[in-house]
Write a protein that binds this ligand. Structure first.
Ligand SMILES: C[S@@+](CC[C@H](N)C(=O)[O-])C[C@H]1O[C@@H](n2cnc3c(N)ncnc32)[C@H](O)[C@@H]1O
Length: 202
């Protein structure tokens, strides 16, 4: 949607807080489309995006959404949240921390969600944050919703990335690994997750 401006805003965020962004560039349209593929194209779905950044994945979600759908984009970085508000007036930008997802959604009257699409840098999070966010996601999608997220191929040897994959398998009954998007910088693959385990197991 906004190539050079998005790259500038993204780079500025990386320079401000490299450990919060966890990427060198916005996601490619190919990766965005792959992650957005769980978003329903019919009815009036509610979709939540986590770590929306400069909106690379938001655009792929928006392209699928029918009229009357709700698209909330959670972003912790105030400058990026402001960038999203300015560049995408139709997006419901939620400036906040994904670890507080349940409260952020409750404040907006959202109790259930059809799909959650994440662009969060999971490998930078500790175990408690990973589990807290995934627990919120599991609660809001319930037995019928879906969740997608991505991981960078080169980061898979990292302990936090391997722990994240194990936690996905604990939290969700179904965890599918997608093909690798080689044109993404750096190459990345997706996880497609459904049917959360009972809360007691998490
Ligand atoms: C790897 S970037 C992805 C940005 C965008 N979704 C994309 O794919 O180009 C990660 C994004 O997650 C945001 N983020 C990091 N920690 C977060 C948190 N706890 N809650 C909400 N957003 C967070 C960062 O500010 C950044 O915008």
């Amino acid at each position: 949607m906004d190539g050079p401006a998005a790259r500038r805003a993204f780079l500025a965020a990386v320079l401000r807080r490299p450990a919060r962004i966890g990427a060198v560039a916005p996601s490619s349209p190919e990766l965005g489309a792959l992650l957005a593929s769980i978003v329903p194209c019919h009815g009036t779905p509610v979709v939540v995006e986590l770590g929306a950044g400069t909106g690379a994945i938001s655009d792929m979600i928006a392209a699928r959404l029918p009229a009357g759908a709700r698209h909330l984009a959670v972003e912790v970085d105030p400058a990026l949240a402001e960038y999203l508000r300015r560049s995408r007036p139709g997006l419901e930008v939620v400036e906040g921390d994904a670890t507080q997802l349940a409260a952020l959604l409750a404040e907006r009257g959202v109790a259930a969600v059809d799909a959650v699409v994440s662009g969060l840098p999971w490998a930078l999070f500790g175990s408690a944050a990973q589990r807290a966010i995934l627990g919120h996601v599991a609660d809001v999608i319930g037995p019928t919703g879906g969740f997608t997220t991505f991981a960078y191929r080169h980061a898979m040897p990292m302990a936090a990335a391997r722990r994240f994959r194990r936690t996905l398998h604990e939290v969700f009954d179904e965890v599918l690994v997608t093909r690798t998007v080689w044109r993404n910088v750096p190459p990345a693959f997706g996880y497609v997750c459904r049917r959360p385990a009972p809360a007691a197991v998490r």
